[in-house]
Write a protein that binds this ligand. Structure first.
Ligand SMILES: Nc1ncnc2c1ncn2[C@@H]1O[C@H](COP(=O)(O)OP(=O)(O)O)[C@@H](O)[C@H]1O
Ligand SMILES: [Mg+2]
Length: 257
């Protein structure tokens, strides 16, 4: 039993369940029997070296990648066996910020976020704009609201992508390396914005990262991937103090970096 988790989590609803999930690319298994359970309100860090399969796991949760075998349930639904229409509905319950952070090139920053809000929430326009202002302020981009993606730096685009992912405040939010490539100040700002919104709306979040410092700020629990498996699944102090040499090294190397 996980000491860091409140009892509430033990009894609460399963949000994401992976059972023996296998996914290969070009006959090379990336996920080779991955199992874990995430419950309502948990904050999880998905850790592992680069190419360990973190992004692949997110894409499977979002129904964008189909594994060869295993079971995946999200909000209790078997998402590997649902139709296209149901899949679209499914996607509306998940906020995603992918590593590539693709924005719509033909829309301004403000329009990019408004588009997502229009798709998923039925709020008065004024309230939507208020939410956008709050988000853009959080990522320090209010002054860039009327700019197009080609006018932004890579770091700015990433910040817009994070703001856009959080805009509809769905129950489950997936952040794929949200701070990679950002300077420490911007990275801290994004972490705080995500934490505030997640607390405010009681979202369940998964954050993928190779950055242990960032992971510690986000999460109650680490899921550490290695060789296509869940190598460890525990709160970080437990990993740090464990006999597991790989987990200890992963943590300490990153902490001393
Ligand atoms: N669409 C794809 N086609 C072929 N190989 C892929 C594809 N997506 C991911 N991979 C491979 O799967 C492995 C894991 O990738 P990924 O899930 O992106 O890991 P991570 O996010 O941990 O860096 C990598 O070796 C990557 O090259
Ligand atoms: Mg990745």
């Amino acid at each position: 039993m996980n000491a860091e988790l409140p009892d509430r989590a033990a009894a609460s609803e399963e949000i994401v369940v992976f059972k023996d999930v296998v996914k290969s690319y070009d006959h090379r298994p990336v996920l080779d029997g991955v199992s874990f359970t995430i419950r309502d309100g948990e904050h999880i860090s998905l850790c592992g070296e680069s190419m360990s399969g973190k992004s692949t796991i997110f894409k499977i949760i979002a129904g964008l990648v189909q594994p060869e075998s295993g079971e995946v349930r999200v909000f209790g639904r078997d998402i590997l066996n649902i139709g296209e229409r149901e899949k679209q509905k499914h996607l509306q319950n998940i906020a995603m910020q992918f590593q590539s952070g693709a924005l719509f090139d033909s829309m301004t920053v403000n329009e990019n976020i408004m588009f997502v809000l229009d798709e998923t929430r039925h709020l008065p326009k004024k309230e939507k704009q208020g939410r956008i202002d709050h988000l853009l302020k959080g990522v320090n981009l209010l002054s860039a609201r009327n700019k197009y993606p080609y006018q932004l730096s890579g770091g700015m685009k990433k910040r817009v992508a994070v703001a856009r992912a959080l805009a509809p405040t769905p129950r489950l939010a997936l952040f794929d390396e949200p701070a990679a490539g950002l300077d420490p100040v911007t990275s801290a700002r994004i972490v705080n914005l995500i934490k505030d919104l997640v607390a405010e709306h009681q979202m369940t979040i998964m954050v993928s990262t190779t950055d242990v410092q960032l992971a510690m700020r986000f999460s109650t629990r680490f899921i550490l991937l290695k060789n296509g498996h869940v190598h460890a699944d525990a709160p970080w102090p437990e990993l740090r103090d464990s006999d597991d040499e790989y987990a200890r090294k992963f943590l300490s190397r990153a902490l001393n970096a």
